[in-house]
Design a protein around this ligand. Structure first.
Ligand SMILES: Nc1nc2c(ncn2[C@@H]2O[C@H](COP(=O)(O)OP(=O)(O)OP(=O)(O)O)[C@@H](O)[C@H]2O)c(=O)[nH]1
Ligand SMILES: [Mg+2]
Length: 277
């Protein structure tokens, strides 16, 4: 073997070693192996041309391209755009709605209506009632589908109507179907699935799949402040192809919420640290 061949062999050995290290570090962020392999496959042909200092930003951009994000679009005011929030129990759905309602009202000067159809859990209505009194946002409770249509009609001139639903296990097909039937009686523009970022990967993927019956158009990840790794955001967003709309990182209303941005989320996943922007 001549010198040039030896050099080439050494370089490809070093590259393989580097790729293996990168692969391990991505797996440690709880990114699914299949997605890690996709990232590595994209990085491999570019690796010989990258300065070591550029590898990190290339990885972040590659991940960012796999995470769809979006905000809420209010194309027309005063037309009662309905946004329903669904998800498993205790993930922070009601808190999210409270944060979004305050931000929409104070920052965007939108007229907001809140409706709860969570007449199942004890105290659920009080939670939003107290909030709506304090923040001076109109709030109604619907006990059945007929009620819901009446409440929506009352709020028809609002800019946004948020519907809060009861938390349900993804395995409780009967309740999920019931809720879907109630929601389908009104003209819901967006259904948002709320998931806790601190959940186990398999559970989150199963939940995202089973809540698919709602045809959700976006995701909100909560409790980033409680999570240890953030790869699940990528796993779920990539699998469901639903855009991430917001992240929440604490209990404070309305401060602890961040509008989703692909590059920002990829940075959080890569660094393992939640920054505000
Ligand atoms: N640490 C942390 N706690 C949160 C966050 N969001 C909500 N919580 C807390 O999680 C708990 C449950 O929040 P809720 O908003 O009632 O959750 P939910 O999904 O509406 O619950 P159910 O309606 O019972 O299904 C409360 O103690 C919230 O303060 C977050 O981003 N971080
Ligand atoms: Mg709730």
């Amino acid at each position: 073997m001549n010198r040039a061949m030896l050099e080439k062999k050494r370089a490809s050995g070093a590259q393989a070693f580097m790729l293996e290290n990168i692969k391990q570090s991505l797996l440690e962020k709880d990114i699914q192996p299949s997605i890690v392999n996709q990232i590595i496959a994209q990085l491999t042909p570019n690796l010989p041309f990258l300065k070591p200092s550029d590898i990190e930003s290339t990885l972040v951009s590659t991940m960012a391209a796999m995470i769809p994000t979006a905000g809420f679009e209010i194309n027309k005011r005063k037309s009662g755009k309905i946004i329903a929030v669904v998800g498993p129990t205790g993930v922070g759905k009601t808190t999210c709605i409270a944060k979004l309602a305050v931000i929409s009202k104070l920052l965007h000067k939108l007229d907001i209506g809140l409706i709860s159809i969570d007449t199942y859990r004890l105290g659920a209505i009080d939670q939003l009632k107290i909030f709506s009194d304090v923040s001076d946002i109109d709030f109604l409770v619907a006990y059945d589908a007929k009620d819901l249509a009446t409440m929506i009609n009352k709020f028809r001139h609002k800019d946004i109507i948020f519907i809060d639903t009861a938390g349900r296990s993804q395995n409780n097909t009967k309740y999920l179907q019931e809720m879907k039937t109630v929601l389908s009686t009104v003209n819901v523009a967006e259904t948002i699935l709320v998931l806790s970022a601190s959940g186990a990967s398999a559970t989150l993927l199963d939940t995202a799949k089973k809540f698919g019956i709602f045809n959700y158009s976006g995701l909100i990840f909560t409790k980033l402040d409680e999570a240890v790794t953030y790869g699940n955001i990528l796993n779920v967003a990539n699998r469901s192809q639903a855009p991430v709309k917001y992240l929440t990182n604490g209990q404070v209303i309305p401060d602890d919420i961040i509008a989703a941005d692909s590059e920002h989320i990829a940075n959080i996943i890569y660094s393992g640290k939640v920054t505000a922007s």
